[in-house]
Design a protein around this ligand. Structure first.
Ligand code: NAD
Length: 359
């Protein structure tokens, strides 16, 4: 790959903007050369961190030395900032959710195509090891064919920060963690969604959801429960998956977890009844020790290229994007369907944009 550092200006130097600056530091192909943020406090932080500040977004766009803008602002302004950047001939890295509707996203991709510039969305949780481990189990059938996938994130701190509480800024948990979890499941299960049922929660009394549950059924028979909660003082496992030969679980981001599979070599031994509450049960008795094998989680296949290395290769025309815009479009379409199912209480069918390749 050509060694030429592309200059990036970060738009929105808040929590994630400053994290991006750290991630890009030392990248052989990319360099943060400045920031733009209307907040006086964040400009000071930028200067302390060693990044020049621009007075206005127009000045960023007029600066011919800037190749890329990285948008890390609240969600409601992503679309306008990106479209203006394309019109000024810049490439764009945009934080998730890329924008708030399918219609807006189409305007963004049309502007990118017209300018011949790259739009890549920072769906960084495709690189998370917990997700890659489950994806490996799905692809390699480690516990047989997975037919049920439960993906949850639980917190007890409510909705953090300021703008995330407000609809006008594109707040709420479906547009926050939901985007990651839905993106992960769609990039794992290569099949059309045939039905969706969802519920949003408003426990904290904000005008946006503080969590949600969505149940997706795929054409290949897999069912997935996706859940985000911000009022969970006791958390459920990050992943719980069932396969035709066993069960798998990942507790949290430390990747502690296990698989338990049927021992094919063991002779069938009837479970002994156990006392359960005030009754007896054989059905719910634990299997005998010989009947199962407890295993460790598989070592996941890791992306050889980081998000930023991939982005640099894409703008050089040397690689395909790992996060593709048609995948981002499909996730946004699903998000609109989750809102719709929650609003109407209906199970939705036939809304998926995806057509799997012909066999
Ligand atoms: P934040 O509130 O910490 O920072 C946002 C910054 O944008 C603030 O400093 C604010 O002053 C600035 N800003 C507001 N309007 C602006 C404008 N028009 N132009 C330039 N700057 C503007 O928020 P955050 O947590 O950093 O989130 C920012 C974005 O990053 C959101 O889209 C969020 O969803 C995303 N995010 C992604 C991840 C991830 O893991 N991919 C994690 C956190 C946040």
């Amino acid at each position: 790959m050509t060694i030429r550092k592309h200059s990036i200006v970060i738009i929105g130097y808040g929590g994630m903007g400053s994290y991006h600056a750290k991630l890009i530091k030392g990248n052989p192909y990319l360099e943060v050369t400045g920031t733009f943020d209307p907040s006086e406090e964040r400009r000071k932080v930028s200067v302390e961190d060693g990044y020049a500040v621009y007075d206005s977004y127009d000045k960023v766009l007029q600066d011919d030395s800037v190749d890329v803008v990285l948008i890390a602002t609240p969600n409601d302004v992503h679309k306008d900032l990106a479209v203006q950047a394309f019109q000024a001939g810049k490439h764009v890295i945009c934080e998730k959710p890329v924008t708030l509707s399918v219609g807006d996203f189409k305007l963004m991709t049309a502007a990118a195509d017209e300018a011949g510039r790259v739009l890549m969305v920072h769906q960084n949780r495709r690189w998370d090891e917990d997700f890659l481990t489950i994806k490996q189990m799905y692809n390699e059938r480690t516990i047989g064919e997975l037919f049920r996938i439960e993906s949850r994130v639980h917190g007890a701190n409510g909705i953090p920060g300021d703008w995330r509480h407000m609809k006008a800024f594109g707040g709420g948990m479906l547009l926050d963690w939901g985007v990651h979890l839905l993106d992960q499941i769609l990039s794992m299960v290569d099949s059309r969604i045939v039905s969706l049922n969802s519920r949003l929660s408003y426990i904290l009394g904000n005008d946006v959801d503080d969590g949600f549950e969505a149940v997706l059924t795929f054409e290949n028979g897999v069912s997935a429960l996706i859940e985000v909660g911000t009022t969970n003082f006791i958390t459920l496992p990050r992943w719980y998956v069932k396969g035709t030969e066993g069960t798998g679980m990942i507790d949290d981001w430390s990747l502690s977890g296990r698989t338990v599979t049927r021992n094919q070599d063991a002779e069938h031994v009837e479970p002994k009844p156990i006392q359960a509450g005030v009754g007896l049960t054989k059905t719910m008795a634990p299997p005998s020790e010989e009947a199962t094998i407890t295993g460790t989680l598989p070592d996941p296949f890791r992306q050889p290229s980081s998000f930023f290395d991939n982005f640099a290769a894409v703008i050089e025309g040397e690689a395909e994007p790992i996060v593709k815009n048609d995948e981002v479009l499909r996730v946004l379409n699903l998000i609109e369907a989750v809102f719709e199912s929650a609003r109407t209480g209906e199970t939705l069918k036939d809304f998926d944009l995806y057509s799997p390749p012909a066999p």
